[in-house]
Design a protein around this ligand. Structure first.
Ligand SMILES: O=P(O)(O)OC[C@H]1O[C@H](O[C@H]2O[C@H](CO)[C@@H](O)[C@H](O)[C@H]2O)[C@H](O)[C@@H](O)[C@@H]1O
Length: 269
């Protein structure tokens, strides 16, 4: 079942460009910094978060790019860092997880929180709600919780009502992503994670690029302009703060691989 918003035309959703140009070829240069979302950007969306297919080459591509960019690459995901490493294996690269609640610079072995932990009550309440509504998948994370409604589209309105009430009671932010409603601790989002990375010495003086597909990536797209960079929307055109677009996950992989090929040739590798 697609999200009802997917079926609205751009004109119905508001004004804005009808399409965006593709990004220029990625250059491994001292001024390049690269931030990558995971689901819908590096891997195709699957029906269940555990069912995503990670291409065998992906961990190596991420590691090689991070190495070529001398650490100026970070994954910025709604997933927890632990969930990402379950799928990709241990990563030496910088990562922000749980929508910016977890922050781990490259080479660090500990995760710095950028938010307070989610009150346990919120997961308990959503677990009860889920059980009463056909057993929706509840995915607790250190600083957020996701409730996946793909298999229970009829329960979306009541899920939103329950989540909005919890958000009000506990001062949380509500995010409505692809077939998922998430409650997130305040003070962290993908924009604040990007800003925190850009304040680090390895990112100083760079022009950041962020690739993301979901509405939850808009927080990052919005901060990029002030940081001298721009966002690349992955997927069909929709209202967005991004300035470039790639049509799908395959195009992202091609764009990244081309950068590595060019770099390897110039280095004589
Ligand atoms: O910021 P991301 O790395 O894109 O993570 C966003 C959410 O991704 C996961 O959910 C999404 O992908 C699932 C697998 O393809 C899909 O089943 C679900 O419908 C999508 O919303 C993850 O489970 C969430 O925790 C992330 O916040």
């Amino acid at each position: 079942m697609t999200d009802p918003r997917d079926s609205l035309s751009l004109a119905e959703q508001g004004s804005g460009p009808t399409d965006l140009p593709p990004p220029a070829p990625l250059r491994i240069a001292p001024q390049t910094a690269l931030f990558l979302d995971f689901d819908g950007t590096l891997v195709e969306i699957a029906d269940h978060p555990d069912d995503v297919i990670v291409p065998d080459t992906l961990p190596e591509v991420i590691a090689s790019l991070a190495h070529a960019l001398k650490g100026r690459l970070a994954l910025v995901s709604g997933r927890s860092i632990a969930a990402l490493e379950n799928l990709l294996g241990p990563l030496e690269v910088a990562i922000a997880g749980s929508h910016g609640g977890e922050f781990r610079p490259a080479g660090a072995d500990t995760v710095a929180p950028l938010a307070d932990p989610l009150p346990g009550r919120v997961v308990e309440e959503l677990d009860s709600f889920s059980k009463a509504n056909g057993d929706m998948l509840v995915e607790p994370k250190p600083y957020s919780v996701a409730v996946h409604y793909r298999r229970h589209p009829h329960a979306l309105e009541s899920l939103l009502t329950r989540a909005e009430a919890l958000a009000r009671e506990e001062g949380l932010k509500l995010k409505h992503g692809k077939q998922v409603v998430e409650l997130v601790m305040p003070g962290s989002d993908k924009g604040s994670a990007l800003t925190a990375f850009m304040a680090r010495p390895e990112f100083a003086g760079t022009h950041p690029l962020f690739l993301g597909d979901d509405v939850t990536d808009e927080d990052a797209f919005r901060v990029l302009e002030g940081l001298g960079g721009h966002g690349v929307l992955v997927g069909p055109m929709r209202p967005t703060a991004a300035h470039r677009r790639l049509p799908d996950v395959a195009a992202v992989h091609d764009w990244l691989a081309a950068a590595l090929r060019t770099h390897d040739q110039s280095e004589g590798i």
